[in-house]
Ligand binder design. Structure first.
Ligand SMILES: [Zn+2]
Length: 454
């Protein structure tokens, strides 16, 4: 067993000093002791917190970050951005995806994310032809995860239709589209592809209500077992309006009426929800998958967090389009969106005198963890040893303690505040740099020069 010792650590029951964490040979936490001596340990003078799970990523979109920031003709919105995204992904081969995903994952890890949930819909060749291995693109994601060390929950996406009620897919969607029986083979092949990625989980993701019908949705959900099920929902007002016109019901109401949604589910975005839908999501046990940076970038809207939390709702955060990758910034922007809308401060934490940073972090761990289907999210025996070490001498943290460390990181910090990261007990970031950053960065640069010159 490896022994790590930290001057300070956030444990499930609060902050503790002189914490010794035993890591077993599989990279899981075997034991946690507070007030422990450093003897026989690898000792670190810093602030150890559980690594944050990222519950929603499309890794390849890191390669188009910043390329859709020019005013389009007429109304410029999510649907115009989607056309830019379709043009970009039409060029990517499996090696390109592996190179871009590795860069995205290295950046995630350096910012404090130790697990990622990859919502993976790029299954087929550019012309829609099938790769010999249906999981060819999942292999690319697995390679990137292994190289970065990030914990992986892989969600093959079921995408069959375009528009509510089963419209024919557009040419730009041909890399995503499968019938349910082929989708089952993609899931099986993905499990095989990920067999060597430590503790990886394979779930499923019906893309959105727009991309399925009631029958095909029921079909793929029936085979999910205990694994996570994620779906994009109610991200855009237009989507909710179209769902209403088609079915007479709002998107979340339709989903909750038609399939048994429970704690396995993550409703990604769920931005445009009625008070009744907020209550129904909270009661279902599903996690709301909030992606504040991407939702801001795409002009989606702001999630109604206060009533959701008041009814016991769970949320986690995702980096989605990866236009920027920063764990603390996602939490900051989540809170700031609420403040801007409500013209008030400290919205996430309702109890007087309690820390907003701590509340954001605790909630993102508690919601993000079930959404990954993995034993992460706490420094406790039986969990994976995923640790982020904050620099106690950083200007945003120096002289502070306890929850003020999290408030300092989230509201006043920058990207240099994460000093070290362990994932599955292995040190993947030291002195603020990922151990594979140079190699991954060189390959990403070569890939992007070629793609953008074409
Ligand atoms: Zn998404």
């Amino acid at each position: 067993m490896k022994m790590l010792h930290f001057a300070h650590a956030l444990l499930p029951d609060g902050w503790a000093d002189d914490v010794r964490i035993a890591v077993d040979e599989r990279g899981w936490i075997g034991g946690v002791e507070r007030g422990a001596a450093k003897a026989g340990c690898e000792a670190h003078d810093g602030i150890a917190v559980p690594g944050l799970p990222n519950l929603h990523s499309h890794a390849f979109q890191r390669g188009m970050a910043g390329l859709a920031e020019r005013r389009g003709s007429g109304e410029d919105n999510f649907w115009g951005w989607r056309q830019v995204m379709y043009r970009f992904l039409a060029r990517l081969d499996p090696d390109d995806v592996a190179a871009i995903a590795a860069q995205a994952y290295v950046e995630m890890v350096e910012s404090g994310f130790t697990a990622v949930t990859e919502f993976h819909y790029l299954h087929h060749a550019p012309d829609g032809g099938r790769y010999a291995d249906l999981a060819e693109m999942a292999v690319a994601i697995a390679r990137a995860a292994a190289e970065s060390g990030i914990g992986l929950t892989h969600l093959p996406v079921f995408y069959r239709f375009c528009g509510f009620g089963g419209g024919a897919p557009e040419p730009g969607q041909r890399r995503f589209v499968s019938e349910p029986d082929e989708f089952a083979r993609i899931v099986a092949a993905s499990r095989h592809a990920l067999r060597d990625v430590a503790d990886a989980v394979v779930g499923i993701a019906p893309h959105s209500i727009r991309a399925v019908t009631r029958d095909t949705l029921a079909d793929v959900v029936a085979d999910a077992g205990a694994a996570p099920i994620h779906i994009h929902i109610a991200e855009q007002r237009r989507e909710v309006e179209e769902c209403l016109a088609w079915s007479g019901r709002r998107s979340v109401d339709w989903l909750l009426d038609e399939v048994p949604v429970d704690g396995r589910w993550c409703l990604v975005h769920a931005t445009h929800v009625s008070p009744g839908e907020v209550a129904r999501i909270a009661a279902s046990g599903a996690v709301a998958g909030l992606c504040p940076i991407t939702e801001a970038n795409l002009g989606d809207g702001i999630y109604p967090l206060p009533p959701f939390l008041a009814q016991g709702g769970r949320f986690g955060i995702g980096s989605d389009s990866n236009v920027r990758i920063d764990a603390a910034e996602e939490l900051r922007l989540l809170e700031y969106g609420q403040r801007l809308r409500d013209e008030t401060r400290n919205v996430t934490e309702a109890a007087q005198g309690r820390s907003t940073g701590r509340s954001l972090y605790d909630r993102a761990l508690a919601g993000g963890t079930p959404a990954t289907g993995r034993a992460v999210g706490a420094l406790a025996p039986g969990r994976r040893c995923d640790i982020v070490l904050l620099d106690p001498d950083h200007p945003a943290l120096v002289g502070r303690g306890g929850d003020h460390w999290l408030d300092g990181w989230i509201f006043a910090g920058d990207g240099r505040l994460v000093r070290s990261v362990w994932i599955g007990g292995r040190a993947v970031v030291t002195e603020g740099r990922h151990v594979a950053r140079e190699r991954v960065g060189r390959r990403f640069a070569a890939t992007m020069r070629r793609l953008l010159a074409a």
